[in-house]
Structures are given as C-alpha cells and as structure tokens.
Design a protein around this ligand. Structure first.
Ligand code: KDG
Length: 311
C-alpha cells in the first residue's frame, strides 16, 4: 500500500539570483508545496504518490521526470493537452529577501477536477496530504480538494491539511470560507501562527483556534514557529520542540519539509515529540540549502545536522 497520496499543482520555478527586472540567468526547478512533501517522504524511503494535472509538453515532461527521479509515484497524473504548466518566478532581491511572482492562472494544474482524483483515491493510501493552495486555484480545484478530503475522511484515511495561505491567490476571507469547514475533516492541521484563524473563527487566537479544531475532531494542530521551532497541540496538551540551529540560506520549502518530516515520523510510528523532532530536522535541511526540496535528506543523512535525535 502507498504511504502517502498528495494532490496539488506542480509548478516550474524560474529562479533569478538578482532582481528580475535586471535580467540575467534563470535556472529551472520543480516547485509546488505538495510535490515538495512527496519528495521529502520519498527521500526518507516512504512510498509517496503525487497527483495533479501537468501540461502535455516539455514542461509537463520536466515535472514528471523530476518527480520520478525522486522516486515519487506519478501513475495517477493526467496530461492536459490544452493548458500550460504554471510558472513561478523567484527573484533574490536582497541577501535575505526573495520575491515570488506567479504565472499560473488558467494552468493545467489549476484545471484539476474531481474526476482526476477518483482512481488515485480509490487505490488507497495510509495518509492523504493537501495544502490550502490547491483549493485556491480554481472552482474545479476547490471542488476536487473538498471531495478528496471528505472522501478520505469518510473512508478512514487520515488527512493532513497544511493551511499554506498564499495571499497572491485569494483573500483571507475566501480562504477561511473554504478552509475552515475542510479543517474539521482533517486529522492533522499544519499552520503558522498567522494562519490559524483561517481554519477557525476570524481573529481567533492560537488557543481559541486550537480548542475549536480539537473539538471538531482534529487530532493534532502543528504550529510552525520558524527559528523558534514548533508546537503541537493535542487532546493531551501542548508540546514544543526548538528548531535545529543552522545557517538559513533559503526558507522556501521549509514548511513543506516540516510537514514531510512530521508525516514520516507518523508513518514510522514515532511518538508526538519525535515526530516534531523529525519535522524541525527536515525544516532545517530545507532552509540550510538552496531550492524548495533539493537539500532534503535521505534517511541515512538525517543525523548530519541533528545528531541522532531525529533519526
Ligand atoms: O511551499 C513552497 C511553495 O510556495 C512553492 O513550491 C510554490 O506551491 C507553491 C506555491 O503555490 O506557492
């Protein structure tokens, strides 16, 4: 059986080492929150499948080749003959500040629909992962994400929902209207502190949001705190783990790495604190290297920056 099924849009990211307006070389990479999570799990030896739509051209082929090279199962992917792969430009504006610009409206990935997900979900998995990006892409993608979360929950497949709010895609009000009802079907919610009110009442603080989510059946609420580590709230209370101190060179993909680490720990049967330790360890690998996912560890590399704790 597959360990993880994740659903989303994979993008081609074009990275510029300086201001885009000044031109210069761009390098081509695979990006996308869900494909990052799938790669994070596959690198650790889990059987991860990614589903989404890709264009039926060179860029779609690039996305699939990258995923296959990382050992991600792409059997359920549909090639869309009419629509392009979404692009993301990432410019390094200063040493610390990067800026993202999307060219993804009308993309193949955004045309995701319920029919694309029926067979992949029927094939089963130990976990379903989704981010709040997918339902923001289009009406059909929102329906597909909602259908997948509800169907998985009804068939007893635990769902991990990473809020992943993207202000460039939708307003906080629209995000809340879609994500708050969905959150009640999830077993695990991943959020940063400023995203918690998107899955609860408007203006809810952390404790109020967590209380609401646990009451609605969520088993664990994971709050990412960046350089301060992470907190996990469950019915048994709250646990905190510090971050692994590393030199951060690129924070893009850190949240996806965190989620992959937590889910890997879950699949390995680790207890809550050890899952969190693996989550912050993967986050550390992500921020210590360039790229969304390129720096993520294989299992034998986990101890490289963490001692034995996360291994
Ligand atoms: O989490 C990293 C993502 O932001 C990136 O890979 C692109 O999925 C992406 C998005 O929509 O922002």
């Amino acid at each position: 059986e597959r360990d993880l099924l994740t659903v989303g849009e994979a993008l081609v990211s074009l990275r510029s080492p300086g201001p885009l307006a000044a031109g210069g070389p761009l390098t081509m990479h695979l990006a996308g929150a869900e494909s990052n999570v799938a790669i994070g799990l596959a690198r650790l030896g889990h059987r991860a499948a990614w589903v989404g739509r890709v264009s039926d051209d060179e860029l779609g082929e690039f996305v699939l080749r990258q995923l296959r090279a990382e050992g991600v199962d792409t059997a359920g992917v549909r090639r869309d003959p009419d629509r392009p792969t979404g692009l993301m430009f990432l410019e390094r504006r200063t040493a610390d500040v990067s800026r993202v610009r999307y060219h993804r409206a009308g993309s193949a990935g955004a045309a995701l629909c319920v029919d694309d997900l029926r067979a992949p979900l029927a094939a089963g998995a130990r976990l379903l992962h989704l981010s709040g990006i997918t339902p923001a892409l289009s009406d059909s993608a929102r329906d597909a994400a909602t259908w997948a979360v509800r169907t998985a929950a009804e068939s007893g497949i635990p769902v991990c929902l990473d809020v992943n709010y993207r202000a460039g895609l939708w307003s906080r009000e629209r995000a809340r209207a879609t994500l708050a009802p969905l959150a009640g079907c999830a077993s695990v919610i991943v959020a940063s502190t400023d995203e918690l009110d998107l899955v609860a009442e408007p203006d809810a603080d952390e404790n109020a949001a967590v209380a609401d989510l646990l009451r609605r059946g969520v088993r664990a609420v994971l709050v990412k705190l960046g350089a301060d580590g992470a907190r996990a709230h469950t019915a048994d209370g709250v646990r905190h783990v510090p971050a692994v101190p590393v030199t951060a060179v690129d924070t893009v993909g850190a949240g996806d790495a965190f989620t992959a680490g937590y889910l890997s720990g879950y699949l390995d049967g680790l207890d809550l604190v050890d899952r969190l330790r693996r989550a912050v360890a993967l986050g550390a690998f992500a921020v210590a290297g360039h790229g969304d996912w390129e720096g993520l560890p294989r299992r034998d590399e986990l101890s490289l920056i963490t001692g034995s704790a996360a291994g």
